[in-house]
Ligand binder design. Structure first.
Ligand code: PGA
Length: 251
């Protein structure tokens, strides 16, 4: 399984920031490796980012509509992401679930649309602090996983990102044991549901990942990569994490 290092710029980035994409691309060219590197950017930056990435670095979107072209003002569908040059999309991020009331069913419909358009998907799940403290983390994540994937064979290059809400943008991290427990649960659920087709599905950890903790996270059982918010905004920070992943895949 190739390691996936994915960035999530969220609602950050004017055209001027595309220089960071150029810098990340140059670093990948200078250090070829078996690590898959992806940066998901705001829709307005996709075309420019794809140009700056020159096919070396993958560029993704941060959401797409479950619908196909139609009267949906302000929405962007999976075909439009592909048309702009994106190869991936993040779906069901907790910020969309919370701020845009996206239910598991909505997320599953979006995932189906993305799979139909051959977009690699990163489907996010994760519990709140209150759910964890009540001992419900595994159940919450398992239920979200089950209901956020559509009833069809998983699309190529599907990833699941475990992002505990209390770890996103907070600097607070779960222990490696906590990560391994949830990821083991996710892996078992995927195997049960999709049998052999589950094998290529990568499971990522996300939430306060930075160069200082990436080595330990990437060495945690069942971790196939990371989804990085804040530390993906500057090429220097992001490259440091890609560099750690390179060492992992080489060793
Ligand atoms: P963070 O965000 O790395 O800034 O915690 C991760 C995410 O929300 O995907």
């Amino acid at each position: 399984m190739r390691t996936l290092i994915a960035g999530n710029w969220k609602m950050h980035g004017l055209q001027a920031r595309l220089g960071e994409i150029g810098a990340i691309t140059r670093s990948i060219v200078a250090h070829p490796s078996a690590v898959d590197v992806l940066v998901c950017v705001p829709a307005t930056l996709i075309t420019g980012a794809v140009q700056a990435a020159g096919g070396v670095l993958q560029i993704g979107g941060e959401d797409c509509s479950a619908a196909e072209a139609g009267p949906f003002t302000g929405d962007i569908d999976a075909a439009m992401l592909r048309d702009a040059g994106a190869t991936s999309v993040i779906l069901g991020h907790s910020e969309r679930r919370q701020n845009h009331h996206e239910t598991d069913a909505i997320v599953a419909a979006k995932v189906a649309a993305a799979w139909q358009h051959d977009l690699a998907t990163i489907v996010c799940i994760g519990e709140t602090e209150a759910q964890r403290s009540k001992g419900n983390a595994l159940k919450v994540c398992g239920d979200q996983l089950a209901a956020s994937l559509p009833d069809m064979p998983p699309g190529a290059r599907t990833s699941i990102a475990y992002e505990p809400l209390w770890a996103i943008g907070t600097g607070t991290m779960p222990t490696r044991e906590q990560i391994a427990e949830v990821l083991g649960h996710v892996r078992a659920a995927l195997d049960l549901r999709f049998a052999n087709a589950a094998q290529p599905i990568r499971i990522l950890y996300g939430g306060s990942v930075k160069a200082e903790n990436a080595r330990a996270i990437l060495a945690t059982p069942d971790v196939d990569g990371v989804l990085i918010g804040g530390a993906s905004l500057r090429a220097e920070d992001f490259d440091a994490i890609v560099e750690i992943a390179r060492g992992r895949s080489a060793g």
